[in-house]
Design a protein around this ligand. Structure first.
Ligand code: H2B
Length: 100
């Protein structure tokens, strides 16, 4: 599953992850994406879901109309690992295709 990132490693990772911040006392990374409409929000989720399934690493997320609130953590490890950083990066790339 990979090792939990140190406080310092999490801070360094967040510098490379615009829009993301810590949540749950440092056990999760969170970002709320706001799209133009529901169609784009769900399009983002569809693409992100395929990446998540391919890597067997899945987001906790909530969609309300055109917003998608994402919380990432590695459940098996009890916090943030490199796998969460990788998924967050990928989600930012996917969102960028929607101009976010
Ligand atoms: N996703 C996340 N975010 N954390 C996990 O620990 C996790 C997962 N574990 N997806 C995976 C699936 C595990 O349950 C399977 C059996 O590999």
């Amino acid at each position: 599953m990979g090792d939990l990132l140190s406080d310092e490693a999490r801070r360094a990772a967040l510098v490379e992850l615009p829009g993301w911040r810590e949540a749950d006392g440092g056990k999760a990374f969170t970002r709320t994406f706001t799209f133009r409409n529901f169609n784009e929000a769900f399009g983002f989720m569809t693409r992100a879901a395929l990446v998540a399934e391919k890597n067997d690493h899945h987001p906790d997320w909530r969609n309300v109309y055109k917003t998608v609130e994402v919380n990432l953590s590695t459940h098996d490890a009890g916090g943030i690992t490199a796998r969460d950083v990788a998924l967050a990066k990928k989600m930012n790339e996917i969102a960028a295709r929607f101009g976010i």
